[in-house]
Design a binder for this molecule. Sequence first.
Ligand code: GDP
Length: 296
Amino acid sequence: TQGLSRSSKQMGEQITSAFTAKAPLDQAKLDELEEMLIEADLGPHSAARITERFGREKFGKAVDEQEIKESLAEAIGDELSSRQGRFDPLSGPRPYIVLFIGVNGSGKTTTLGKIAADLRSKGAKVLIVAGDTFRAAAVEQLKVWAERSGADFMSRPTGSDAAGLAFDAIERAQREAYDVVLIDTAGRLQNKQGLMDELLKVIRVIKKLDPEAPHETLLVLDATVGRNALAQENIFGNQIGVSGIVMTKLDGTARGGVLVPVAQASDSPIKLIGVGEGIDDLQPFDPRAFARSLVG
Ligand code: GDP
């Protein structure tokens, strides 16, 4: 499974209680199903499309719980199949430069740490850059991840210029033949324009050393904020440009369905999902497995 325990449980139990007997599928049941999908934050459009398709296939037919789950999983999987992307830094140019963006608390630091650990286990030479120069706690946390994974680490005193740090880091990575550079960034959305300007400056500076970089700009979104994730995708997607989405904390919410409208609203694919706080709790996004896990 993709580790969506709470979402699975909620939708699974709802389907079980709504379809106790094997009865012909009628409009009332279809409406109930649509409501469940909306409650799991799939969004009204996806919920309507999926319910409609299900109705076309099964209306008037006797259906049981298992068939419903299978059909729903298939419909959701189809909705998502074109929204999947691969994150594969080791098959790209060297040093492969990855920028992590997203609001504070979304799971940027943790995701970066998990990726560093994975890359190190494959023998890659990895440089972690603490580009959120305003939060001392974030720098400390990232340093712990660097030590844990055996990646090298660069930071600056609190309040330093993030773009300057990024420049020095990439220069070093080019000089010292690093495979991958993972750059954390600030995420204080209270000062939105200031944040966007800072991120754009970091990107401009990176391009001075490598016009093709950043090779990846991963937007980290927290599934537990539900439909707020859509607004965040909109802001970062429009202002910064995103090459892939990481959706975190899918283990900690019954609203994991929000991945569906985010995937559909975004120009960039979902690449990874976070299903826990541990070092191994990051997975490539698999639309079919995700869909199965979602319906319980
Ligand atoms: P940042 O501010 O964006 O860097 O966010 P952090 O990486 O510090 O994460 C914020 C909190 O969310 C921390 O307590 C993490 O352990 C937790 N977290 C991150 N990813 C996941 C995940 O996939 N599942 C769960 N349950 N917690 C997560």
